[in-house]
Ligand binder design. Sequence first.
Ligand code: TRP
Length: 337
Amino acid sequence: MKTILTGIRSNSVLTLGNYLGALVPMVRLANKHSDEMNVNIFVPDLHSIIADIDGNLQENIVRTIKYYLAAGLKINKNVHIYRQSYVPAHSELCWILNCVATMGETSRMTQYKEKSEGRESVNVGIFDYPILMAADILLYSAEYVPIGEDQFQHIELARNLAMRFNHRFDAEIFTIPLKTTEQIKFMGVSDGIRIRDLLNPEKKMSKSTKAENSKIMLNDAPELAAKKIMSATTDSYGKVKFDMWAQPGISNLLQIEALINDIPLQDVISTWAGETRYGELKKKVAESVKKELTEFQERLNKISNEEVYELFDFGEEYANKIANKKLLEVQKAFKLR
Ligand code: TRP
């Protein structure tokens, strides 16, 4: 059986951008495939500690899984939910892959460059982040790794490490994850989804942006979220058109509308093509966001911590079994065993 694998860091409450760009598409994919594929959804808690954590990490971890459930994730025996640090093979394989990866390729990672730029002191974890991520993927022979556009480079690195390793030992030890172009096809989106900052739509929506009106947090009051949409930056063209370069604000609203209502982006684009009253589009999107957040929060509040811990029990037993088996093959290749 093939494996779909994904994870999302739990350093804070997530934004609507994380929800629409990562969580919801992942949940739809998982529900579509969980009858015939393994679906591994894990919390990369070891990745979390490279940076500051808002609030309590334990609470954040449990909340992240509740997000998936509230977003509609259906659970069956092929769905495995686990915490990275509860599967020690991840750190072990990370070390081994450290000895396969080069400083050059790891230094080229955009995320590392961005996160370390201008800082006096940068922890090694930030540098090593994509190697641990490669271990997360390769331990489970996952071919499908649905993630946001900002992580594509890391997938390419994981592929390169896997191929180099296999070549070095002349054995098919690792399954090579699909190329990012294939990942995009599998996800069924035309491109990486990237929800924009509401005030500065040329940037990605990020929880670390100071301006409250730039971002919608998943725990925002739905009414407030609607207001933020109404005050989103648009442009002076005066005609609705999907054009991320020239009209990023309007394009972002169209994207949000499509994702929330699970309508193909093309359909939303044609519905609104040529509309000259931006206010009408904003009103519609504000309504969609308000409704979605209201329903999402209601579902979220009904999920108990116990429910999540039960999923961890099941998922971590599975994950350790699969991961340890792969790790042993790798250790044997290096004659560590
Ligand atoms: N880097 C991902 C993020 O920032 C999280 C992550 C860690 C991940 N390991 C992964 C995603 C493996 C997919 C597969 O959201």
